[in-house]
Design a protein around this ligand. Structure first.
Ligand code: COI
Length: 354
């Protein structure tokens, strides 16, 4: 399928790349294509970024049939533009499609669409250290209809924008509130899909944690409120003695691409990584025994985010003396080293945008 291109006549002013936040500035162009039952996905095009008019009856507004992805484009020291594992994002997008009854997309075509869009807006990729172009592919249900059923029409869109650190702390440790009242997802639900609704479900707990002075919440399982699931917008890892532990993908946890990449990196360094059930009790007990060496979150937006403090049921622990743990730092250096092509890429994770 050919992607038609309409370039903007009114290019926007780009922000200075050394004061970027996250998710508040958008590049000049966006990608859009339609799905119609009986016709499949059609009419792929890149057009100027801008508003779209919709009927208020659009199904996505009412029943939340909406999924998304997040990945980044990086500019290397040599001015080359690269993406990190975009195939994995498109594979996961299709897994989310399956769970939300959305028709699958062609993964290779979608990666090509991302590359074409990024190439057109390559001047939007910031160059200051630790900045990148965030890429947000998403799909929404577009039938104007109020009955509850899967939509017969959809739009797949991709928008991009220059970003800095997701958390204002950057690589500095964040304070995490272990959430015992609210839950994000349950096994059998949509927690493993990158569904917009999962983020709506997370907001209340996040507000409460913020009011108490915490950056994010750590979610426990929805049934027993016992086992660790994930942190805010990230997967989570704990270093317990010589073992690096991360919760196993049980059906309610998001299968993070940074999570997967960190596991592969850690194993390639000869470290023991266990994907298993880990209770919050075990973490606090390991801390009492002096075994909890560090903890960190992983995600595309946040990259590696060391955890400096955990609060659970009136108990508070400080990790790594409130500093960046050794492994968090090494993972950050290696992962971003690969992403910005400052280090070798032994796994072939990085792909060039021509
Ligand atoms: C990402 O890490 O890219 C995400 O999608 C998390 C997002 C909610 C900012």
């Amino acid at each position: 399928m050919e992607i038609k291109v309409e370039l903007t006549q009114n290019p926007k002013t780009k922000p200075a790349s050394d004061h970027l936040g996250f998710g508040n500035v958008f590049s000049d162009h966006m990608f859009i294509m339609e799905y119609t039952e009986g016709k499949g996905w059609h009419d792929p095009r890149i057009i100027p970024y801008g508003t779209i008019a919709y009927e208020p009856s659009l199904m996505v507004f009412h029943y939340g049939q909406s999924i998304f992805e997040g990945l980044k484009a990086y500019k290397t020291d040599k001015g080359e533009v690269v993406l990190f594992r975009p195939d994995q994002n498109m594979k996961r997008l299709n897994e989310s499609c399956d769970r939300l009854c959305i028709p699958r997309i062609d993964e290779d075509f979608a990666v090509e669409a991302i590359k074409k869009l990024v190439a057109i807006d390559r001047d939007w990729i910031p160059e200051a250290p630790d900045t990148s172009l965030y890429i947000r592919p998403f799909i929404i249900a577009t039938d104007p209809f109020l009955g509850v059923r899967p939509s017969n029409t959809y739009q797949f869109m991709i928008i991009t924008g220059p970003v800095g650190a997701y958390y204002k702390e950057g690589l500095n440790p964040v304070k995490i509130y272990v959430e015992s009242t609210y839950v994000r997802a349950v096994v059998g639900g949509i927690g493993a899909a990158k569904a917009s609704a999962n983020y709506a479900a997370s907001l209340r707990a996040q507000m409460v944690a913020k009011e108490k002075g915490y950056t994010q919440v750590l979610w426990l399982d929805g049934i027993e409120r016992k086992y660790v699931e994930e942190v805010g917008t990230m997967n989570v890892f704990f270093v317990l003695g010589d073992e690096v532990v991360t919760p196993e993908l049980n059906g309610s946890i998001l299968p993070g691409i940074t999570r997967k990449s960190c596991i592969e990196l850690l194993r390639s360094w000869g470290l023991k990584v266990s994907e298993r059930k880990v209770s919050i009790q075990e973490i606090f007990e390991a801390n009492e025994k002096g075994l909890l060496r560090e903890a960190f979150g992983t995600g595309t937006a946040a990259v590696i985010s060391p955890i400096g403090e955990l609060y659970w049921n009136d108990r508070r622990i400080t990790l790594s003396g409130g500093r960046i743990g050794e492994l968090s730092q090494r993972l950050y250096d290696d992962l971003t080293g690969i992403q910005y092509k400052k280090k070798p890429d032994p796994f072939n994770w990085v792909t060039t945008v021509k």
